[in-house]
Design a protein around this ligand. Structure first.
Ligand SMILES: Cc1cc2nc3c(=O)[nH]c(=O)nc-3n(C[C@H](O)[C@H](O)[C@H](O)COP(=O)(O)OP(=O)(O)OC[C@H]3O[C@@H](n4cnc5c(N)ncnc54)[C@H](O)[C@@H]3O)c2cc1C
Length: 388
């Protein structure tokens, strides 16, 4: 790779994961010269496109991805209904796309496919892409940021955007930090009675189990995100396929009949890790670099894409005034970020609680959500679009 020792850029984006890449594309739509935008990633695209993680993309995120020409209908499975319940307890709620006049409440897409589509869209612009090379540190100066790469190169940019993402288990601890004592097991599973386009979120004492409708090699099945205690996760992962499917059935219940096959299981430690502030002078943080959430209700990437959208607006309006840019970005993100962090922080803790009043209240809350359309609509809108 031919890397100059120093370069001048308007913006250096550190991390070309889904949030960094989408941010670059949204920015390029109106930026006078995309060759003044640097995009740096420590991985080669082939490594990211191998990631088998399945992600639920909200209706709002789909609109954003469509806008930057990174949306391919055939790589995504639509969600028309979401069924929320609590194992062994009274109460459940259904969210249906017909109530919201949208083609789908959301879509399920493989992380690797999404990154591939975003990379193809990046080719449309003359971005300065550096990879595989990691950002080592950033030094703010009066008029710019010096972005130090681990190959010894230094990029000078007016602004640096942290989009290095990461997982709870691999990140340095930030100001708002909570370890849920849960691990997510992921796999693709098939079952005897699949219900097309229906996603299931089932709360259990160990943590929520999500089954997201998904197609794999023309087979209708579900992307599983099974959150449980780390010691249970280790035991479940060590089981052979048949034993694993039986354990899943015992925990999820009989709504989809017997589970019939499962692909290789992967484990992700879960926690909340969020920065107190996501703007500091000439540096901004978006996506998982700003906040890593519990995957309950599938919010992390969706929130990150909304961060990206707001930062583009702030930079466009106040490029020459970092202070204004900070204020505009922070106030645009405040409500949505807080609401989404709270939702994903409360849900796993409330449903895991063994306190009697909490047990009684959460069953009633699910029934109430079903009986009170305004409350259900509020939850559905948060899941589809966040707070804007
Ligand atoms: C099990 C599980 C299920 C999930 N399900 C959902 C879901 O259903 N819906 C949802 O919205 N979210 C979900 N998420 C969260 C979602 O995966 C993340 O929010 C999303 O991947 C964040 O994207 P990002 O681009 O910010 O970070 P990442 O995806 O982590 O990408 C960061 C990029 O930065 C690069 N990088 C890292 N360090 C450096 C460095 N120093 N220098 C240069 N480059 C660097 C990396 O190579 C990578 O390409 C889930 C997460 C997990 C673990």
């Amino acid at each position: 790779m031919n890397t100059p020792a120093t370069s001048d850029f308007d913006i250096a984006i550190c991390g070309a994961g889904p949030v960094g890449a989408a941010f670059a594309l949204l920015l390029a739509e109106t930026w006078p010269d995309a060759s003044r935008i640097a995009l740096i990633d420590s991985r080669l695209p082939e490594m990211a496109t191998r990631d088998e993680r399945m992600i639920a993309i909200s209706h709002g995120s789909r609109t954003m991805l469509e806008r930057v020409r990174a949306w391919h209908e055939d790589s995504a499975t639509p969600i028309h209904h979401i069924h929320v319940s609590h194992r062994g307890h009274f109460g459940r709620t259904m969210i249906d796309r017909k109530d919201y006049d949208v083609p789908a409440l959301g879509y399920v897409i493989r992380y690797g496919d999404l990154v591939r589509q975003l990379n193809a869209a990046l080719d449309r612009f003359p971005f300065q892409i550096r990879r595989p090379v990691a950002v080592d540190r950033i030094e703010q100066q009066a008029e710019s940021c010096a972005v130090h790469l681990d190959n010894g190169a230094i990029l000078n940019a007016r602004y640096a955007v942290h989009a290095e993402g990461g997982l709870f288990g691999t990140q340095e601890s930030k100001a708002i930090h909570r370890d849920y004592g849960q691990t997510a097991i992921t796999s693709f599973v098939t079952c005897a009675l699949p219900q097309p386009a229906t996603a299931w979120e089932r709360f259990t004492e160990g943590g929520p189990i999500a089954l997201l409708p998904s197609l794999r090699q023309q087979t209708q099945g579900y992307a599983l995100v099974w959150c449980c205690k780390p010691e249970d996760a280790s035991q479940h992962i060590a089981l052979n396929d048949q034993e694993f499917l039986r354990a899943l059935h015992q925990n999820f219940g009989d709504r989809l009949g017997q589970f019939t096959s499962a692909t290789r299981r992967m484990a992700f430690p879960l926690g909340l890790n969020a920065a107190a502030s996501t703007a500091n002078g000439r540096e901004f943080a978006i996506g998982n670099a700003a906040q890593t959430l519990h995957p309950v209700a599938g919010q992390g990437l969706n929130l990150g894409l909304r961060d990206a959208y707001s930062l583009v607006s702030a930079l466009r309006a106040h490029f020459h005034n970092p202070e204004e840019c900070n204020q505009t970005f922070l106030s645009a993100r405040q409500l949505d970020r807080r609401a989404t962090i709270q939702l994903t922080d409360w849900l796993p803790r409330i449903f895991a609680s063994q306190l009697r009043p909490v047990i009684a209240a959460r069953g009633s809350a699910l029934s109430l959500l079903d009986l009170l359309p305004p409350a259900r609509h509020l939850l559905a809108r948060q899941m589809m679009n966040g707070q804007r």
